[in-house]
Unconditional design. Sequence first.
Length: 465
Amino acid sequence: MHTGDIVELTIDSLELQGRGVARDAERGMVVFVERGLPGQRVKALVGKVKERFAEAEAVTVLDPAPHQVEPACPHFGPCGGCTWQDLAYAEQLVWKSRLVQDALGRLGGETGKAAAGLVASCIPSPLEYGYRNKMEFAFMPGNSHTPLYLGLRKRGSHEVIDVTHCKLMHPEAMAVLDQVRRWTAQSGLAAWDETTRTGCWRFCTLRQADAAQGLPLQMFVQLITARHPDADLAVAELTRVLKGLFPSVAAVVHHVRVSPVPLAQGEELRRHGGPLRLPMPLGDLVFHVSADGFFQTNTQGAVKLYETIREMAGLTGTEKVLDLYCGSGGIALWLARHAAAVAGMDASAEAVRDAQKNAAANKAVLGDVSVSFKAVNLRRGVEGAPFAPDVVVVDPPRGGMEPAVVDWLLKERPARIVAVSCNPATLARDLARLGEAYEVQAVQPVDMFPHTPHVEVAARLVRLG
């Protein structure tokens, strides 16, 4: 098998990145097939070839998959936002549970192998479409006909395609994005060029709070530019235009990003045309989240996840709960009414400020339960915990728990741990380490990201002995 070959393959399964998996028995190779679905017979274009595996992309479907469906989005295929939109949603849930089982069994050692047998059926997202409250869109320089592009990356590429009909967000968000695209294209300022490191416009992030609890639909528009002499004036004028056209736009936030690394994160706040934080209803709580603050992107799915965490925590009202990697305080505050005391820790000082404000804003709902939040460097461990916890909830970024956090858990040995992860592979690694002191009693996948291979997982661990 060589790069550039066209080969016929039958897709047997899926893997964590969402690609189809085929086995070429004649050559003794596994082939990871982009845009391949289980049960398909495809012609695939071979890309990278290694000693025991190859990567390819399906170019022709010879026989469709039994669970293949017509995608709902006109951008599906080239767009890298959704990769499973042509797979029936019920089948997506089946595969998400299987992928968690596979990751735990292969990567989690003896603890993971035992945990793999406990994986429950994936809890579906309440909304299959329109579930996202936040999306990040990138700018890219255009050509003589199109001054710039604003949208999502192509699959496996840094190129950007204009996204006009994304079904993952509210239609109003797409109308705002279209106006930003048309206005910036006529602004006379170029989009950021990653090669020459010149230009102005870099990212546009939309965050929306759906109408709930008497609050109207509200939206943050975050514009991230390069350090450009004309950016401030341009964003000020765009703010005026957006607020005049869309009453839902509560604030237009302007950040500057100097680093060439293509991340939609601001480094320097230049202007905030509106409130500093957006109220995000969740159940009977309201969280106030800053432009760069963390909040679960699937609001209704977050309720399912938080309820799963509460059940796994086994709270009776007497426990002290510590929420590590607490972000803006979502999990901690959701559990607070069921515990004696709750504390949260996070490496982001901004997230902790959000969490503190959220605790104060929800005081009437939470009652007199003791709640505290603190910013710490979790790479060095859990320094200055306010109490010895009975239950610890750990919800780290995709890279998993810091080694020092695992060491602290093994040293303190709280009675129960609820480990939450958006990455089954790093969860498997962390469970393997914790296995010397803990038994995994339950594993529950929760779908927060329909039409993608991503899945949230919660695992209940109980102290041995």
